[in-house]
Write a protein that binds this ligand. Structure first.
Ligand SMILES: NC(=O)C1=CN([C@@H]2O[C@H](COP(=O)(O)OP(=O)(O)OC[C@H]3O[C@@H](n4cnc5c(N)ncnc54)[C@H](O)[C@@H]3O)[C@@H](O)[C@H]2O)C=CC1
Ligand SMILES: O=C([O-])CC(=O)C(=O)O
Length: 312
């Protein structure tokens, strides 16, 4: 299996490293626009192979998409990360042009590839890549839900002093402050979380999760990469190994949850064909209201993209 990762920065290089050391693909190509940058990162990861014992071949290229030809999966991480004081939506003017041109190159050389978008603002960059690619919605998706859910699970594991492995959860909606955690669908080793934690503590964890990206931007001056890069690699693994994993993934909704045309995180089954099924949960009134509010927020940024010169 051949996987291309576009953007050899913090998230892209982390994703390529996980793909290599876990031997999720046998060939990983890193692409960046900065001369020599992807080549250097790929060489560094390759030189780690005798230490960490893997044989995935990693190569890097500067903007040469011919080397990415016939990739099975492509992960797009190219674009600016936010700085303290910025929202993810502030990145749209720069990142839309980058994601559009990168998608055109990917489709030219790998028309059959499944595309996973990571660049922010995530839901709208998934929209951008999807309309540019002209591919079925099942093959162009965004990574955010696994990351947001992982943060929620990690915070819960810390609070309850249990293994994060035993926390199962799902978050839906856009990758922003309006994301929709679902305590009703959260369990600790099969036990409903609401039986394990006081309501005020759970609410505080939900709020911390919603601001999870911003918390790290404040601490580091740029955004996170270990968990995001690993989350993208986990999606690649589900696809190349046809695992049929159930993950929250950003995809264009076509009637599910009564929503049409908006790109939102929803639980799906992920396998060799990409998104093989969108799972429709029976949301209660409050949960549905939160999802609709999240949809509205994403729609507003989709409208910004529609009116940008990049789409003129
Ligand atoms: N969906 C999610 O949950 C997350 C999304 N992100 C987003 O991922 C993106 C990348 O973040 P980082 O890796 O931290 O940034 P970074 O600045 O470390 O890396 C971005 C890389 O993209 C490259 N690049 C820019 N234009 C390019 C082009 N046209 N073609 C190829 N490469 C190009 C840059 O040279 C740079 O090396 C950001 O937009 C960030 O907001 C970050 C974390 C989580
Ligand atoms: O916060 C950011 O800008 C990056 C991101 O999407 C995240 O870490 O959730």
């Amino acid at each position: 299996m051949k996987v291309t990762v576009v953007g050899a920065g913090n998230v892209g290089a982390t994703c390529a490293d996980v793909l290599a050391y876990r031997e999720i693909a046998n060939e990983v190509v890193l692409v960046d626009i900065k001369e020599g940058f992807a080549e250097g990162k790929a060489l560094d990861i390759w030189q780690k192979s005798p230490i960490n014992l893997y044989d995935t071949r990693t190569t890097g290229v500067t903007n040469d998409y011919s080397k990415t030809a016939n990739s099975d999966v492509v992960v797009i991480t190219s674009g600016l990360p936010r700085k303290p004081g910025m929202t993810r939506d502030d990145l749209i003017s720069t990142n839309a042009g980058i994601v559009k041109s990168v998608t055109e190159n990917i489709v030219k050389y790998s028309p059959e590839a499944i595309i996973i978008v990571v660049s922010n603002p995530l839901d709208v960059m998934t929209y951008c890549a999807h309309i540019t690619s002209k591919m079925p919605r099942t093959k162009v998706m965004g990574m955010a839900g696994i990351l947001d859910t992982a943060r929620y699970r990690a915070f819960l594991a810390e609070e309850l002093n249990v293994s994060p492995k035993d926390i199962q959860a799902v978050l839906m909606g856009g990758h922003g402050d309006t994301m929709v955690p679902l305590p009703r669908y959260t369990t600790v080793g099969g036990i409903p979380v609401t039986e394990m934690i006081a309501e005020d503590k759970l609410n505080a964890i939900v709020e911390r999760t919603k601001n999870g990206g911003g918390e790290l931007v404040k601490l580091m001056g740029t955004s996170a990469w270990y968990a995001p890069g690993s989350a993208a690699a986990q999606m690649v693994e589900a696809i190349v190994r046809d695992q049929k994993r159930v993950f929250p993934v950003c995809i264009k909704l076509e009637g599910e949850y009564g929503i049409t045309g908006t790109y939102l995180g929803v639980p799906v089954v992920l396998g060799k064909n990409g998104v093989e099924k969108v799972i429709e949960l029976q949301l209660n009134e409050d949960e549905m209201a939160l999802l609709k509010a999240s949809e509205k927020a994403v729609r507003e940024v989709m409208d910004v993209l529609d009116n940008m010169p990049v789409n003129a």
